[in-house]
Design a protein around this ligand. Structure first.
Ligand SMILES: Cc1ncc(COP(=O)(O)O)c(C=O)c1O
Length: 428
């Protein structure tokens, strides 16, 4: 059997109707491109699952990974190890405020699982709050925090999670005007906190900029600061999920910096290792660790602080610094903003465009006023049309996502956006 036949017979793919799948075989990649077994080359325009921030096969990261593999592939997590100490130091250096201690996990989902535990241990409370338009991972606690439709098939999830509507300007709850969104959402959140029992809530989990669960959108001015204030007022911890937007994606190291807010905990993964090795992390403030360091920590993983992951993370952070990639994301983001604005002006099918740094999306609608998503038959054509024109990016229903690796050049950015615009023009 060839690769595709073996895949069909033995591999279970995530988030798919497996019977309907016939995935392309990909064996090679370099920089901004990957190629299929038939020799077709694709421009990487979503950084795979928004994790390949440094693109494919970055030589510095691969060299560090190989060096670590030659030296020490694994060690009992109870020992100290150079790769882990260095990765934790490098993370503490780029996280805001006093988030100086790091617990390593294997993914974004289990970073959130462990953040739940840390918050419960610290506060002695059990309830958790999270937005409806959110995704926090597929493991049981993380999927229970998740608000979007990936949660419902997993229900009943863990008890004690309360969801709240978020201030999304394109599709606001209750038709609230844009300028009132933050205040309205904060009022509602206060109401929920009081009615749920203000002394029972351990943490509020928020994506600093909403990702796949929310169709990429920033929080309105003043909102995250307002949530921080509510947390301080009621002794609740603020956990910013930066799994997707951390490490420069939005033009800052962490997206919460756009709002000048320092959370108590940041969860991260994806760009931490550029996707080359599975690794997540929970960065925790000194204030919390002052208490937790004195107690037994009832949390652990066989792969806690895996040397291959940690060496990769340390190398990635070095590359972000050396190649000025956070700055490049902000600079390229200005180009996306301008192109998006022009595309929206030129094509009535575009209902909304949103972008921050290299984290953007285009919503396609059949009616701009009603904001009705384009028909399912048109939605189904988007991905194949983009791929046929040599561009790979995420498409979710009527939304095309734009999130290329942060190494992208101006020319390639225009090339990718040209392909997207040509597909939007020809879609029928
Ligand atoms: C915001 C956010 N949190 C958590 C996760 C879960 O990360 P992982 O798939 O590594 O478990 C994701 C994955 O897309 C995410 O976007």
């Amino acid at each position: 059997m060839n690769t595709q036949e073996l895949d069909k017979r033995h591999v279970i793919h995530s988030w798919s109707v497996n019977d309907k799948l016939n995935p392309k075989v990909i064996n090679e990649s370099a920089g901004m491109y990957f190629s299929d077994a038939d020799g077709n080359r694709y421009l990487e325009f979503s950084s795979a699952l928004v994790n390949l921030n440094l693109g494919h096969q970055h030589p510095t990261v691969i060299a560090a990974l190989k060096e670590q593999a030659d030296k020490l592939c694994y060690i009992h997590p109870g020992f100290a190890n150079e790769s882990r100490s260095e990765a934790a130091r490098a993370i503490a250096e780029v996280t805001p405020g006093d988030l100086n201690q790091v617990f390593f996990t294997t993914s974004g989902a289990d970073a959130n699982e462990n953040a739940i535990k840390f918050a419960r241990f610290f506060t002695g409370r059990t309830k958790l709050m999270a937005k409806y338009r959110s995704y926090h991972g597929a493991t049981m606690g993380a999927i229970s925090l998740t608000g979007d439709n990936r949660r419902t098939p997993a229900e009943p999830g863990i008890p004690g999670v309360v969801h709240f509507p978020d201030p999304f300007s394109y599709r606001p709850p209750h038709g609230v005007a844009e300028e009132d969104l933050a205040a309205h959402a904060l009022d509602h959140l206060r109401y929920l906190i009081e009615w749920e029992g203000k002394d029972s809530i351990a943490a509020i989990f928020l994506e600093s900029v909403a990702g796949s669960g929310g169709g990429y959108h920033s929080l309105p001015d003043g909102y995250l600061k307002g949530v921080r204030d509510l947390c301080d007022e009621f002794g609740i911890l603020l956990v910013c999920d930066e799994v997707m937007v951390g490490f420069g994606r939005t033009g800052k190291w962490f997206a919460c910096e756009h709002y000048d807010v320092v959370p108590d905990i940041i969860t991260m993964a994806k760009g931490l290792t550029n996707g080359y090795v599975p690794l997540g992390a929970v960065a925790v403030s000194d204030r919390i660790m002052e208490k937790l360091n004195a107690e037994k920590l009832w949390a652990g993983l066989t792969y806690n602080g895996h040397p291959l992951g940690c060496a990769t993370a340390a190398a990635c952070i070095k590359v972000y610094h050396e190649e000025n990639l956070i700055e490049n994301a902000a600079k390229m983001g200005a180009i996306v903003d301008a192109r998006f604005a022009k595309m929206k002006a030129d094509h009535a099918i575009i209902g909304d465009v949103r972008n921050i740094g290299l984290f953007g999306c285009i919503e396609l609608v059949s009616d701009r006023n009603a904001k009705t998503p384009i028909a399912a038959e048109l939605q189904a054509k988007l991905k194949p049309m983009l791929m046929a024109r040599g561009l790979s990016t995420l498409v979710k229903g009527h939304i095309i996502f734009v999130g290329p690796p942060l190494i992208i050049t101006e020319d390639l950015l225009h090339e990718g956006l040209d392909i997207i615009e040509s597909v939007i023009k020809d879609l029928k």
